[in-house]
Design a protein around this ligand. Structure first.
Ligand SMILES: [Zn+2]
Length: 166
């Protein structure tokens, strides 16, 4: 496979950033949230780090990607995030894929595909819509690790509850 440009050897790889997303996902799991972690890199700088907080915040939109995009917009001082890459442990859902497109994110990199709600190819591909911005897509980065993190979480959730909370 031919690469467009060879980054300096010191710059982190997609795998490096995905590993950081995995630790963010673990923070979510520790707080009893579905473990999805996301970060945004703009011109070599991490400008946002987030994880899913839907349960704690009791808010349907608080997916990791949305929180990361909001943070990055604040950080960059505008709604456009040019020259940026969104990394996330699971393929974005339609809401998050739409937000990434709206924020003009250049590239979206994810770990495991989401066969139930993935909106960058698994169920639907929002990039097939006639929109004037389409991020480059790369899925499957550390897919095994990202899938295992989710599987562990759901396995723990299925165990009989001992704390009496529902
Ligand atoms: Zn989402």
């Amino acid at each position: 496979m031919k690469k467009e440009s060879i980054p300096p050897s010191s710059s982190p790889s997609d795998e490096d950033y995905m590993r950081e997303c995995l630790s963010l996902a673990r923070c979510a799991a520790e707080q009893d949230e579905v473990p999805v972690g996301a970060l945004i890199v703009c011109r070599g700088q991490v400008v946002a780090r987030a994880y899913n907080t839907r349960e704690q915040s009791k808010c349907a939109t608080h997916h990791a990607e949305i929180l990361a995009i909001e943070q990055a917009c604040r950080q960059m001082g505008g709604w456009r995030l040019p020259d940026s890459t969104l990394y996330v442990t699971m393929e974005p859902c339609p809401m998050c894929a739409g937000a990434a497109i709206n924020a003009r994110i250049n590239r979206v990199v994810w770990g495991t595909d989401d066969l139930r709600a993935g909106a960058f190819g698994s169920v639907v591909n929002l990039c097939d819509l006639p929109l004037n911005h389409k991020p480059a897509l790369s899925g499957g980065v550390l897919a095994v690790e990202c899938r295992a993190e989710l599987a562990d979480y759901f396995r723990r959730k299925r165990k009989p509850k001992t704390k009496g909370n529902e």
